[in-house]
Write a protein that binds this ligand. Structure first.
Ligand SMILES: CC(C)(COP(=O)(O)OP(=O)(O)OC[C@H]1O[C@@H](n2cnc3c(N)ncnc32)[C@H](O)[C@@H]1OP(=O)(O)O)[C@@H](O)C(=O)NCCC(=O)NCCS
Length: 243
């Protein structure tokens, strides 16, 4: 099996796509795997019912990876808060026997594309303790952030209630927990593109040969200042000679 790094993947081994009604029957198996993984990690996970996952699939807000037999091997879904101001690609799961082959990366990339297409102005956020997820998010352009930058409404934080560390979050007034907050801000991206093009322009100018015509106005002014100074000096000399 080869490692992959592209968002839409169709190999001999598996397919990654936006889930359709054909995938509704996979919801139970996905939920089961989410719970088993949470137990194995000793942490919590935003607990979701098969019904909730089926709704996400019906709304076209879920990404699924399936093997050649059509069985689920990876999954995640898109959630929104504060009227689409914030979007998260949550509930990422890959079946244990399929891990470390780039499936999470492919699923997250597809979810990211879907989120950018449907909510181009939204901030894409996530909280995680998973190094794999941090790596994937960083590659997608997320940056670490404080919890104060994340949605303020209860609906977002309610997802943490099933986590074993929930008391840490409540004790700190939702300021800190074991998870790292990450955010992709489309505004940064716009500014980044602008900064990059300015930096390229500056670099090009540094290497450009001196353009005499471009600086001609400055030179003209310099010349006229020098001429005035020279004339003043001559006038003073003539005054001194006359005395
Ligand atoms: C986390 C999880 C989704 C990763 O799935 P995966 O398909 O194995 O991940 P990928 O193969 O796409 O790996 C992506 C990157 O993370 C790295 N990675 C994968 N598992 C890792 C681990 N356990 N520790 C550190 N890095 C890891 C990979 O090496 C890769 O990095 P690279 O791009 O530098 O090579 C999977 O382990 C899982 O389902 N875990 C249980 C549920 C979970 O923790 N979900 C996340 C909740 S926020």
């Amino acid at each position: 099996m080869e490692k992959v790094s592209v968002s839409e993947v169709l190999t001999n081994n598996y397919t990654v796509q936006v889930a359709t009604t054909e995938h509704l029957h996979l919801a139970e198996a996905i939920c089961h795997e989410m719970e088993e993984s949470a137990k194995a990690r000793g942490t919590g996970i935003a607990k979701r019912s098969p019904e909730y996952l089926r709704d996400k699939i019906k709304e076209g807000k879920a990404i699924v990876a399936t093997d050649d037999a059509g069985d689920f091997i990876g999954f995640c879904y898109v959630e929104t808060w504060e009227h689409g101001k914030f979007v998260a690609n949550s509930g990422l799961i890959v079946k244990p026997e399929w891990r470390k082959y780039g499936i999470a990366k492919a699923v997250k990339m597809r979810a990211f594309e879907l989120s950018r297409t449907n909510y181009p102005d939204a901030k894409i956020i996530g909280i995680t303790t998973s190094l794999a997820v941090m790596k994937i998010n960083s590659e997608l352009g997320y940056e670490p952030t404080t919890f104060s930058e994340l949605p303020v409404n209860d609906a977002f934080w309610n997802g943490c209630k099933s986590c074993v560390n929930y008391d840490v979050l409540t004790r700190t007034d939702r300021k800190h927990c074991l998870c790292t907050g990450m955010i992709f801000d489309p505004e940064w991206e716009k500014n980044k593109a602008k900064r990059e093009s300015e930096a390229i322009k500056e670099k090009q100018e540094e290497h450009e040969p001196w353009n005499f015509l471009k600086d001609v106005n400055v030179l003209e002014r310099l010349k006229s200042i020098k001429e005035k100074m020279f004339l003043k000096m001559q006038a003073k000399r003539a005054e001194r000679q006359a005395v």
